[in-house]
Design a binder for this molecule. Structure first.
Ligand code: ATP
Length: 301
């Protein structure tokens, strides 16, 4: 049975970190906005008696990743044990892609913006795959943009490594990862791309993963039914075919996919920047207002 979640109150101190507010709760613990003399960060906590310990894995993966690349990953500032919980302090990010899609005109991002964000989201997976891990929970809620205070509203971060698993080619791990592969992460990325570009996946509200799997199979025969007029149909269909052709051990051809996304931008005469939530994007100024001047922009110091 799950242990009771750690609850921290505003003003409470965890080592040098002061709790400001709770940002959310995951299956394993909670995330808080905290600050110290140097700025604001995100603090994730997990009870030491939680049956499933995911924080260690998250710390390990983020540490490995930031040794090689920092383009799409939170940096770890601190970690440790405090009372009855383990904690990690990392870069505080801004709005999730899920929120940004909802705030967009018509409930989606403009084409250039969604394709640019999509490239960054796949780069994050490429880096993760390169250190031998699968994410296994690729969705708009697990990506976020950086914060305006850090001049990072053009940067996309990948979050939440709780479902991550090491990918190796041996049979034991093959069983352990339930046969999931880099290809599956890429396929989930493609479905996310459809959502960012205005499509609504038929399995969006279905929680039963087996049923979702069956529906995905059904749509395999006619993937065009997933694409709305706002999607770059040809390129996405080509990418889906590329992913379909991958075998268990194959590394996805990331560069080819980036090329196709760039072709989609050219064919549709759209540019990546500015992103929809950037200042000066007149049509979005009201919808995205709180991203640029909302609570996360008010520094405490
Ligand atoms: N580095 C961060 N900066 C700002 N917010 C974050 C950060 N990491 C996580 N969050 C936010 O904290 C909340 C909880 O995140 P967490 O990853 O623990 O769980 P979740 O993804 O909501 O749920 P689950 O664990 O069930 O997938 C989410 O709203 C997430 O966007």
């Amino acid at each position: 049975m799950a242990q009771q979640l750690v609850q921290l109150m505003p003003g409470q101190q965890v080592e040098r970190w002061t709790i400001e507010k709770k940002l959310g709760e995951g299956g394993f613990g909670a995330v808080y906005r905290v600050y110290d003399a140097t700025g604001r960060y995100a603090l994730k906590v997990e009870g030491v008696n939680e049956q499933i310990q995911v924080l260690k894995l998250e710390v390990h993966v983020l540490t490995e990743l930031t040794k090689r690349s920092s383009r799409h990953f939170c940096k770890i500032e601190d970690k440790g044990r405090f009372g009855g919980f383990n904690y990690v302090v990392m870069t505080l990010v801004g709005k999730s892609l899920e929120n940004l899609v909802k705030s967009g005109p018509g409930g989606h991002m403009t084409l250039g913006c969604s394709l640019g964000v999509g490239i960054q989201a796949l780069e994050a997976l490429e880096d993760l795959h390169q250190i031998g891990y699968l994410h296994r929970d690729v969705k708009p809620g697990n990506y976020a943009i950086g914060r305006p205070e850090l001049n990072e509203i053009r940067k996309v971060y990948i979050l939440d490594f709780g479902m991550c698993r090491k990918f190796t080619n041996d049979q034991v791990h093959k069983k352990y990862t339930r046969q999931r592969t880099k290809k599956d992460d890429c396929e989930s990325w493609l479905y996310m791309q459809i959502e960012l570009t205005g499509g609504r996946l038929p399995w969006h509200d279905i929680a039963d993963m087996k049923q979702v799997g069956r529906m995905k199979q059904q749509y395999r025969a006619s993937p065009f039914m997933l694409f709305t007029p706002t999607c770059p149909t040809n390129e996405l269909a080509q990418i889906l075919r590329i992913f379909d052709g991958l075998k268990y051990y194959d590394a996805p051809p990331y560069q080819q996919v980036y090329g196709l996304i760039r072709s989609a931008m050219a064919a549709n005469r759209v540019q990546e920047f500015p992103y929809d939530w950037e200042p000066g994007m007149e049509r979005n100024s009201i919808r995205y207002q709180n991203i640029l001047s909302g609570p996360s922009a008010h520094m405490l110091m």
